[in-house]
Design a protein around this ligand. Sequence first.
Ligand SMILES: *Cc1c(COP(=O)(O)O)cnc(C)c1O
Length: 390
Amino acid sequence: MNLVKQNKLRNAGINTKLAHLGSNPEEFHGFINPPVVHASTVLFPDYETMKSRDQKYTYGTRGTPTTDALASAIDHLEGSAGTILVPSGLAAVTIPMLAFAKAGDHCLIVDSIYGPSRQFADRMLTRLGVEIEYFDPLIGESYANLLRKNTSMVLLEAPGSNTFEMLDVGAMAEASHQVGAVVMLDNTWATPLFFKPLDFGVDISIHALTKYPGGHSDLVLGSVSANERCWKQLENTQLDLGICAQGDDCFAVLRGMRTMAVRLTHHEKSALQIAQWLCDHKHVHRVLHPALKQNPGYEIWKRDFSGSSGLFSFVLKDANETQVGSFLNTLKLFGLGYSWGGFESLALAVNTSDRTIAKAPEGGRLIRLQIGLEDTKDLIDDLESAFGAI
Ligand SMILES: *Cc1c(COP(=O)(O)O)cnc(C)c1O
């Protein structure tokens, strides 16, 4: 992108940025979108260039114009020194952890972490000799007492998966740096539009691009963005492991990102409207959404985040297993399925049996909703029929 345009974008609004980031038409004969490069081999013009590897692209696993377009757009949004693209959101958690783990280390992980991230830590990091310790997302200032001389990694997620607890990310990052730990945060829920972890001292920001950036439930992809301190080691780890992203997926995510802010505005508004409606419902014990005033994390959310997305949970009052089944089976517009961030609404019954501390609240069963792009009135009708069935 030429410098004048780059400078213009620096101070532009988010929709303007998303319309232009990672776009370089002058390099591609004026075509607006980057070409999807399918590649293993890249040819060198002569022996000398091949020997020195002194050309921008050298091999399919080491980046293409398509992966560069997406990575540079994410760097701009996250304010990072570099971004790697990996084949799934889960890989975006496991690869940075492998990059910084070594035997004898101590690693702190928030107990409300995405379930498969926990499984990776318990099964693989433990086998590699890393001691894993989970902590209460509501720990507050006593967090600092958990840090040890050998605490080398901290894995955060805010709000927490399924239970949506907020964390004081800035304070935790600062305390963690006192012992030299690398601080990573899974930023999938907020996207870089609503929270910028590196501005709060986090070293590594993680995304399941599968969710809002992709936005259409048709791909899996992940990104890991690092500050200067961590970039080289992260990039080397990706190259050492031979992990890379495919051009088709990167292209689809870049296309999804053009409309991400427009979609998120709708997801946010509808989710808040439905969450408010649920708060007053006789079958609902509690709504877990960080942007609701009565939520314990509200103050932190308001201070640090600039918006909320379309995923939250609620406690179905006094429900037994049969009633949970009736509720979910009666939903017609809400599909039953994993993942989220697409255009269609989804529901599932949350299982927190893997947690040691951040269990689901008492008083009923926890149901998670992803509010899609449908009209709110129709979604409320659908939920009302499902409540009627229990
Ligand atoms: C979905 C999700 C992931 C994993 O993403 P996949 O692309 O499905 O592997 C990681 N972290 C969070 C918070 C998620 O919601």
